[in-house]
Design a protein around this ligand. Structure first.
Ligand SMILES: [Zn+2]
Length: 150
């Protein structure tokens, strides 16, 4: 059974695929959701191969980007940054967990810096995934680089 957080993430990815044109080739309805275990990206354009990450966060106000958004696994992200690889980010804000109450913001890869990716403490010995380390996006200093799409 999936958790509420996973459901929210799935909803955000589907919303991006349904409503957003591909930022690279400009076609509509070509963005497709990638499988859950696909590590580096969440959506791909099935015309031009463009890749992006999608993050979805609960929010009380769709006009305000939160300072911090929960990311994913730190290890692969760090390795990617060491190789100077960044992926564009769609940030979906949701007030009511439904598609009707959402905003979609976009942050291009070119405008990302390494210091928005902040490692979290590894999970403790009693956690289900003990030792696993995640990261958060701290976008508090770069909110003006996002573009609101929807
Ligand atoms: Zn495309």
């Amino acid at each position: 059974m999936s958790t509420d957080k996973q459901d929210l993430g799935d909803m955000g990815e589907k919303l991006v695929a349904e409503r957003c044109a591909c930022p690279k080739c400009k076609r509509t309805r070509t963005l497709k959701c990638l499988p859950k275990n696909f590590k580096c990206a969440d959506v791909i354009c099935d015309f031009c191969g463009y890749l992006a990450q999608v993050k979805t966060a609960s929010s009380d106000c769709l006009d305000v980007i939160p300072n911090r958004v929960l990311g994913a696994a730190w290890g692969p992200q760090k390795e990617r940054m060491n190789a100077s690889i960044f992926f564009p980010l769609f940030l979906v804000l949701s007030t009511n967990q439904k598609k009707s109450g959402c905003a979609i913001y976009y942050l291009s890869a070119d405008l990302q810096t390494a210091d928005i990716y902040v490692p979290r403490k590894p999970l403790g010995p009693h956690a289900k995934r003990s030792g696993w380390q995640g990261f958060i996006y701290d976008v508090s200093e770069i909110k003006d680089r996002f573009v609101r799409l929807i």
